[in-house]
Design a protein around this ligand. Structure first.
Ligand SMILES: Nc1ncnc2c1ncn2[C@@H]1O[C@H](COP(=O)(O)OP(=O)(O)OP(=O)(O)O)[C@@H](O)[C@H]1O
Ligand SMILES: Nc1ncnc2c1ncn2[C@@H]1O[C@H](COP(=O)(O)OP(=O)(O)OP(=O)(O)O)[C@@H](O)[C@H]1O
Ligand SMILES: [Mg+2]
Ligand SMILES: [Mg+2]
Lengths: 225, 225
């Protein structure tokens, strides 16, 4: 489903150059359940943004469902993102002036779903992450873990084929966190490809494959026996 | 040092009313090392904002170093915050158009420290959290865990007497996280009062006292034997 071949990503700002990803090779099958771990700054989020068609590599090839992503223009990439990819951002990126409900409905609106349908589905998704009584709150009126759960619900809005979760339980207590993991595992059992960046070794141990990064490189890539 | 007496905090927005803190009583001694745990939405950050003089209770009394905080005006509260309190926010709240160095120097500038002195101290603090080579990056040019560490360094800028850390290791791998915990413990050994909100039971087990919250109330408050 996914093939990354010799992916490089360099950030240049004025005099500083950061080689955030170096010669990354990665193959991900449909419905795979994998985790990505590594020290702070090792390139995990950068890799996720390239997988999610939110950033373009400075070198190498990204093949997603047989499309060479480097041949697509900005609009084609946006269309792929909207229909096929759900992204849970490490920093959430919720719209501050919209309610939880509006934030979750947004991807469905972009996909052309009717208003009544998307409001109903958004409410159901928020119920599913335990926020049924917080639907009309704006992000500043929510706790950190509640904002994280809105970001999770929003990523599921268009029932994506590929779910990229960048530290989805970082702000959640053990119980809320395991409810989210359970939800991600249900989706994977239904055929969604689930890639989780995490610092939680216990969560990583539940996944079928653990990729460890170090200084922009893949240091190890181990499939569970 | 700190006395909270029957603290209540109610949020009213339109038709919704959230009773985020209910009848909270809490005494914190100087140089205490304590953690606060509880489910997502249980009131931890709300409690921290009141302790940090960033929010005012709707009921009850807050005595800090023998000052009744409810008798202070906005400017007096700001002065106490700037000089005595370091706050590591769950959502970081870095200035997006300033560099890591400028972000860390900001509280020192507000306190009237000279430019050369504050730039030197800001650089030292960033070195201490492992960001010596990221000083001139702006938040969008930093990883999530690097942004968290800038927020930590900034909270230490004015060598505060009270350090409030709202999930300070949430975005950090085990190694970076334990470096931060070590730093917080050094400060506490030097006399700083350290209050940590965390979801990490292992971190909580290191502290001298564990307070657990549930639905806006303190459910338990246990000092280590
Ligand atoms: N726009 C940018 N300009 C310059 N450097 C950048 C930029 N974005 C990221 N970096 C750097 O690239 C490296 C990788 O960042 P990335 O966000 O992928 O790390 P990460 O593994 O997700 O870390 P964390 O666990 O802290 O979230 C970091 O050292 C970071 O400082
Ligand atoms: N401005 C606000 N308006 C309405 N409700 C609010 C507001 N701010 C917070 N709340 C609610 O108050 C409750 C407590 O929020 P708080 O941020 O203190 O929780 P928390 O314990 O820090 O949670 P987390 O672990 O998820 O960070 C939550 O249910 C939240 O929805
Ligand atoms: Mg990251
Ligand atoms: Mg909180």
């Amino acid at each position: 489903m996914i093939e990354l071949h010799q992916i490089n990503r360099v950030f240049r700002n004025g005099e500083s150059t950061v080689h955030a990803l170096r010669d990354v090779d990665l193959r991900i099958e449909a419905a795979e359940y994998m985790s990505i771990l590594g020290p702070s700054g090792s390139g995990k989020s950068t890799l996720m943004h390239i997988l999610g068609c939110l950033d373009t590599a400075t070198g190498g090839r990204y093949i997603l469902n047989n499309h060479d992503i480097s041949t697509l223009d900005v609009n084609q990439m946006a269309a792929i993102r909207n229909r096929n990819i759900g992204f849970i951002f490490q920093r959430f990126h919720l719209l501050p002036r919209s309610t939880a409900l509006q934030n979750v409905a947004m991807p469905m609106r972009l996909a052309g779903m009717k208003n009544a349908d998307r409001m109903l589905r958004a409410a159901q998704l928020l119920q599913r992450v335990g926020l049924g009584d917080r639907m009309h709150h704006r992000p500043s009126q929510l706790s950190g873990g509640q904002q994280q759960r809105v970001a999770i619900a929003r990523a599921l809005a268009n029932a994506p084929q590929l779910l990229l979760a960048d530290e989805p339980t970082g702000n959640l207590d053990t119980q809320s966190g395991s409810q989210i993991v359970q939800l991600l595992e249900e989706l994977q059992a239904e055929g969604t490809t689930v890639v989780i960046v995490t610092h939680d070794e216990e969560l990583a141990a539940r996944t079928g494959r653990v990729v460890r990064m170090l200084d922009g490189k893949i240091a190890s890539d181990a499939v569970k026996a």
